[in-house]
Design a protein around this ligand. Structure first.
Ligand SMILES: O=P(O)(O)OC[C@@]1(O)O[C@H](CO)[C@@H](O)[C@@H]1O
Length: 471
């Protein structure tokens, strides 16, 4: 599924990104795109990282970030075992020429004790951005750097190795295509059931809060389909029945989130930080369909990744490829869902946005002002998945009983985080829940069997409109 120039001519062709610059088609350049960094943004982007001065208010300093050296076994296992396995799978799943495979193998060999180095990808549109991100970590080992930086950097190094942004066999070739396509193929029955429920709700004119509540739940548990954790042919987490799913929902703030969409004098705008392609993306698109059917919602903007990352994270091309696949489904309800979504795209009620910021190591407290200004235009932000949750919480070692609204970054938009637990970052849980889970299921924090739907209100302070020096 090459995301080449031609792919951008598809219906709903890739809109310009925001955040760090406007991406434009540039066939003459490797990767086919160029990004102009707006002048007003340069000082912000290229200011030297300032020493952390502590939070702007008098609150206690933020907890330290997770690292491979000083956090739970999962972070170290991810760096030392999971990432090398993921890189090995890229070699096995693709038919890259030897020089590319040699570069991928060199990356594998550097894990976990190798040092962080500058990217060797000068033609890439995001090269200057990564020059800034990497600078504070040069020479440190993969285990020593903050885990969130290390993980986003690992996947960016993988694209350096495959030559995603340069002329040659790897140009604009998604190295995870096989996994993504297999991930979707094994979920046909679940996709049909989801689409049929959508058709029944529309026929019954039932676009009420209960429908949205059910769609939010299916979007949450859709996050269990995570190809960086369980490959398409492995048995991932799942619940035997809806009662077990309810038992495994540790926090449900749905009512507070849906209340943001009611009683308004104009239709609401809902933004979604998307996560994985495959079944999770289909569950997110079904949620979008439900939101747009609700009179209270006028527009949904889905924020996607600018390039392949975290194995299954979705790009704009993945959305179009998924719609194209489902358009050929045997089940009429699936085809009807695709038709509604494509009409919403054409009408501008559904917008797809991608941005370098969502493949960057920036945590939510570090998000630049233009990204915040864009988020402030939404009435509710739905954040999907574990990595976005980690971005919200700065991937820091919060006490799991810290109130979610305190641990999550102050943002100018109400946030509903739908996340299955797949890393050792958490907040908003009760001490009783943590004690019980530690006793009964020691790997509960990372096995994907437990989830939360957590809400934080918009932060109306000026701090929410600019990055925090203490991020
Ligand atoms: O964001 P997602 O797809 O829900 O999960 C991302 C993930 O697979 O990658 C990290 C570990 O490698 C964790 O954040 C999580 O396990």
């Amino acid at each position: 599924m090459a995301g080449g120039i031609a792919a951008r001519e598809r219906p709903g062709a890739r809109p310009p990104i925001y955040g760090f610059g406007e991406k434009r088609n540039a066939p003459d350049l490797p990767g086919g795109v160029a990004v102009q960094i707006p002048k007003n943004l340069c000082p912000l982007l290229f200011r030297k990282p300032i020493a952390a001065v502590g939070p702007t208010d008098s609150s206690a300093p933020l907890p330290p970030p997770l690292r491979g050296t000083n956090s739970g076994a999962f972070t170290r296992r991810t760096i030392a075992a999971r990432w090398p396995r993921i890189a090995g799978r890229v070699i096995a799943d693709n038919d890259f020429p030897d020089p590319i495979n040699a570069r991928i193998q060199a990356l594998r060999d550097a894990l976990p004790d190798g040092s962080i180095r500058r990217l060797r990808d000068d033609e890439a549109p995001d090269a200057a951005l990564w020059g800034e991100y990497v600078a504070p970590h040069l020479g440190k080992t993969w285990l020593e750097v903050p885990w969130f930086f290390g993980e986003t950097y690992f996947y960016r190094r993988l694209l350096e190795a495959t030559g995603y942004f340069r002329a040659g066999a790897g140009r604009q070739a998604d190295p995870f295509t096989d996994q993504k396509e297999q991930g979707l193929a094994h979920t046909e029955a679940r996709i049909e059931a989801l689409a049929q429920r959508r058709s029944r709700a529309r026929e019954e004119g039932d676009e009420t809060r209960s429908v949205l509540t059910r769609l939010l739940r299916s979007a949450l548990w859709g996050n269990q389909a995570d190809l960086s954790m369980w490959t398409a042919d492995e048995e991932g987490p799942g619940h035997r029945h809806s009662e077990q799913a309810e038992e495994h929902l540790l926090v449900d703030d749905t009512p507070a989130a849906l209340a943001q969409l009611e009683g308004r004098d104009r239709p609401a705008r809902v933004d979604v930080w998307a996560d994985n392609a495959g079944f999770e993306l289909v569950s997110d698109l079904a949620l979008v369909d439900g939101l747009l059917a609700a009179e209270a919602v006028g527009q949904v903007t889905v924020h996607l990744k600018a390039h392949p990352t975290f194995v299954s994270d979705a790009t704009v091309d993945d959305v179009h490829a998924t719609l194209a696949t489902l358009a050929d489904a045997d089940e009429a309800a699936v085809r009807a869902l695709v038709g509604r979504l494509r009409r919403a795209l054409a009408a501008g009620r559904l917008r797809l946005r991608d941005g370098w910021v969502w493949t960057s190591p920036l945590r939510a407290r570090e998000l630049p002002a233009p990204v915040r200004a864009e988020m402030a235009r939404a009435d509710l932000l739905i954040s999907k998945g574990d990595a976005n949750y980690r971005r919200l919480l700065g991937d820091r070692q919060w006490a799991f009983t810290t109130p979610f609204a305190e641990a999550s970054a102050p943002l100018p938009v109400p946030v509903l985080a739908l996340r299955t637990h797949k890393s050792e970052v958490a907040a908003g849980l009760s001490a009783a829940q943590v004690d019980r889970l530690d006793d009964e299921e020691p790997d509960w924090a990372v096995n994907g069997e437990w989830g939360v739907m957590q809400f934080a209100p918009a932060d109306a302070s000026p701090e929410a409109m600019r990055p925090s020096p203490a991020a």
